[in-house]
Design a protein around this ligand. Structure first.
Ligand code: KIV
Length: 288
């Protein structure tokens, strides 16, 4: 059992003050969570990127609250001592407060998350305030927000002109004022992400947002080349190649099954001779 003590949002803010970067990675199940905890990752994000890299959808939009609760619960079983943030999925925090809080309650109580993440700027600040007031930490997410991909018009870099940079800065400040404990900056130009990180007292966590955020997050399946459609993006760095390992291993397995070299003697269980006698008759062997 891990002896790691869990991080919390107060310590995260202190880490920012002390210039200690936060490491965050996505995980979606028991093994990815367990390995992340063993590697001392600060925060695990059960991202709705689940839809892209685990469930085979071409966006995060089809991911349901049910999917998120199920996967968050298995992550929590694998990483009991790591701070877990669960994504609120598409359209679960734009309706009534009751509906929003019902989703939050399920991710916290049934999923065992420590916090939730919401995508968006000014339009979600009232939801953030209510969730925070209910005692649940909220991580914001601005820049490229995949749940709004159809409105944004594709997976484009944000903060390229002065107006867009100002919009991002305003959104970040509003989320901080609403009580968010941190903000993910996705696909934001490095200088704009740096300016936001300097302006806020809460940590920023970047993905494709350059070197000067207070932390970094990447998608597990991207950094380990684990059959992810997104692993070749510029902002992704490969830290291992599970995909090739599995492909080669499975290829060998199929070959050995076909040529009957697996299983071999070391993999089989033998019955005693008297069992054979009773099956085939004394002194008689099959075919004898
Ligand atoms: O769903 C996700 O994995 C995310 C990260 C890209 C930050 O939101």
């Amino acid at each position: 059992m891990s002896t790691k003590s869990m991080l919390n949002i107060v310590k995260m803010k202190k880490m920012k003050e002390e210039g200690i970067p936060l490491s965050m990675v996505t995980a979606y199940d028991y093994p990815t969570a367990k390995l992340s905890e063993e590697a001392n990752v600060d925060i695990i994000l059960v991202g709705d990127s689940l839809g892209n890299v685990v469930l085979g959808y071409n966006s995060t939009i089809p991911v349901t609250l049910e999917d998120m609760v199920y996967h968050t619960r298995s992550v929590a079983r694998g990483a009991e001592n790591t701070f877990i943030v669960a994504d609120m999925p598409f359209m679960t925090y734009h309706g009534s407060i009751d509906e929003t809080l019902r989703g939050v309650r399920r991710l916290m109580q049934e999923g065992n998350a420590q916090a939730v993440k919401l995508e968006g700027g000014l339009e979600i600040c009232s939801a953030v305030e209510v969730i925070v007031k209910s005692g649940v930490p909220v991580l914001g997410h601005i820049g490229l927000t995949p749940q709004s991909v159809n409105q944004i018009g594709g997976y484009r870099i944000q903060g390229k002109d002065a107006k867009d940079a100002q919009r991002l800065m305003d959104e970040a400040k509003a989320l901080e004022a609403a009580g968010a404990f941190g903000i993910v900056l996705e696909l934001v130009t490095e200088q704009v992400a740096e300016a936001i990180s300097k302006e806020l007292t809460i940590p920023t966590i970047g993905i494709g947002a350059g070197r000067y955020c207070d932390g970094q997050v990447l998608v597990f399946h991207d950094i380990f080349q684990y059959a992810s459609p997104y692993m070749n993006k510029r902002f992704v760095k490969t830290y291992g190649d599970i995909g090739s390992l599995i492909r080669e291993g499975l290829g060998k397995y199929v070959k050995e099954v076909k040529e009957r070299s697996f299983p071999s003697t070391e993999h089989v269980f033998l019955a005693d001779d008297h069992v054979l006698d009773s099956l085939y008759g004394n002194g008689t062997t099959k075919g004898g």
